[in-house]
Write a protein that binds this ligand. Sequence first.
Ligand code: NAD
Ligand code: MG
Length: 405
Amino acid sequence: MQKITLLGSTGSIGRSALDVISRHPDAYQVFALTANSNVELLVAQCQQFRPAVAVIKDDTLVDQLAERLQALSLATVVLSGEAGLCQVSNANEVDTVLAAIVGAAGLEPTLAAVKSGKRVLLANKESLVMAGGLFMDAVATNGCTLLPIDSEHNAIFQCLPRNFGPLAEVGVERILLTASGGPFRTTPLEQLLSVTPDQACAHPNWSMGRKISVDSATMMNKGLELIEACWLFDAKPEQVQVVIHPQSVIHSMVQYTDGSVLAQMGNPDMRTPIAHALAWPSRIDSGVEPLDLFAVARLDFEPPDLRRFPCLRLAMQAAEAGNTMAAVVNAANEVAVEAFLQERIGYMAIAEVIEATVERVAMPVAKDLETVKAVDLQARAKAAEVIVRGRQTIGVPLAGLEPAP
Ligand code: NAD
Ligand code: MG
């Protein structure tokens, strides 16, 4: 019986993970569930899965959560804050931590799991983007088993040999990281200026949280994934090629020196990579419909247009830079995406805010976690300032900065 802490259980990945877990009550037991502020759903999940602990990140909601659980006669212990999240990540009772918090907030609790040598199922790509070197060092030092849940990285993992070492030694030439191209792959460029949050979140193939949906539209998601792939598979940025594949049926590929290209395919449903990581090296039922190739009928591929997707270009630069530029890009992106979702800036301004932030903050080498956290905070403050002061004061061409109509 694997005992599991599910960080971010009320999110899109969290809910998919609980769906898979609920199909295998004899194999998996939920030790802890966590949410930022969604008490309602957390209570419902506690009622169904009876975890030993529930963590609410927002301290002001602790009493409300405790009262609701008590009213249902549940013995679940309530914790809160980042300390509570870290506590359920490194608790002795826990074998596996599924890291599905969104954004930089996932870094410390995920690292806590790594540092206590847990089996870590990683959805929170931002923790690798921010602190990949420190993170992978901690994985090695603590003998942690790290299994990627991000569908592309899970696909790459499946296409690599078991216990792979350096890529060159197992004959890998390139990683082909597939991307759907999002909802605006073919939208005329001038129309992108007036895109709304709901349009940006309407992904053609995947149903996801709002932040990652916007990231998919701008292709920042693919940029973050490129950085994630470099850390996970010890690849150089030039060994990872982004390939737009609008059907989202191939989830990524590995190209070998002998000319072979291995692909992992399936319906676009996160329950497949979640089930793979949960059961690895075995296989379990995920509840996903089998792939119907005749219904898919065709698979298309095209190179990404960096003019259409400036966020991808910025993330590619960060992957090359090797310092804390990736943390800066990640932080500025989180601030800009939030501002876009609140309709404070236009869609095209997201990349401009990130670029203006990169030009205005120091990006030292990530020598320790304190450095990374300081850079993250500085980048957030600078990005917020860029948004507030806008084009007049900052003096950069923030063409998309007007609020979306
Ligand atoms: P989501 O917004 O649906 O859910 C996020 C979860 O994190 C929720 O449970 C929320 O309560 C919690 N959370 C949010 N802010 C928090 C904070 N400050 N402190 C603590 N907890 C907080 O997001 P999602 O789509 O499920 O994505 C989760 C992670 O998985 C992201 O890193 C994303 O990039 C990655 N991912 C998601 C998908 C997908 O299909 N949704 C695919 C691949 C990777
Ligand atoms: Mg992905």
